[in-house]
Design a protein around this ligand. Structure first.
Ligand code: AMP
Length: 216
């Protein structure tokens, strides 16, 4: 199964991606996570990407596309993959199409998670992430049992630098300007599945699985 997840920051892509990766036994490839790992390890890629990420800007296509091309070469992608946070521009989508075409592969579906701006702002500003296992919580709607501590692994919860209000606004503006055109792009290719993700975390998974049944 080869899938893309689209949706504004905070629309629930991370949770949905983890569920789908488990369901289809495919790697969950989050470009944001790969950048953050590189920043933490202080690699040249991380140093370069960090300046953009801190400002809520997109990392340039050339860097991002090369990084994803490299990731898709790895053996675990033979069963398929789920891309989360990539593509984010039409140029990235075209580069991906070219990459797949060369290997005579096709995407099964592009899932777009829809959510109002109001819900997005509240989800992002309340989001806390486990520094150890990456699980996400929300101080309003999905609190850990003990404040600041991950229920699963006991790791410390933190707020991502780019989840601060000024950066959130910038990220949303980027999304509408650069990434929203991707839904038209994939709709024209007849592979877009739109899912309303306003409900409880995880509640729209059955709708996604049923849409994917026809596309596997
Ligand atoms: P995310 O975790 O997906 O919200 O990504 C965090 C940040 O990483 C974004 O705000 C961008 O700065 C950068 N980033 C992640 N994916 C991409 C991409 N496909 N293209 C450019 N920048 C990206």
């Amino acid at each position: 199964m080869r899938l893309i997840l689209l949706g504004a920051p905070g629309s629930g892509k991370g949770t949905m991606a983890a569920d789908l990766a488990r369901e289809y036994q495919i790697p969950h490839i989050s470009t944001g996570d790969i950048f953050r790992q590189n920043i933490k390890a202080n690699t040249p890629l991380g140093q370069e990407a960090n300046q953009y990420i801190q400002n809520g800007a997109l990392v340039p296509d050339s860097l991002t596309i090369a990084m994803v091309a490299d990731r898709l070469e790895q053996a675990d992608c033979q069963r398929g993959f789920l891309l989360d946070g990539f593509p984010r521009t039409v140029a990235q989508a075209e580069a991906l199409a070219e990459l797949l075409e060369k290997r005579q592969l096709r995407l099964n579906a592009v899932i777009e998670l829809e959510l109002s701006d109001e819900s997005i702002l509240s989800r992002l500003s309340g989001r806390r992430v486990c520094a150890t296992c990456g699980r996400t919580y929300n101080i309003d709607s999905c609190r850990p049992k003990q404040d600041g501590i991950c229920d699963i692994c006991g790791g410390t919860l933190y707020q991502r630098d780019d989840d601060k209000p000024e950066t959130i606004r910038q990220r949303l503006a980027n999304y509408y300007r650069q990434t929203l055109p991707l839904s038209d792009y994939y709709e024209q290719k007849n592979i877009l599945v739109r899912i309303n993700n306003e409900g409880e975390v995880g509640s729209s998974l059955p709708a996604v699985l049923s849409a994917l049944k026809e596309r596997s």
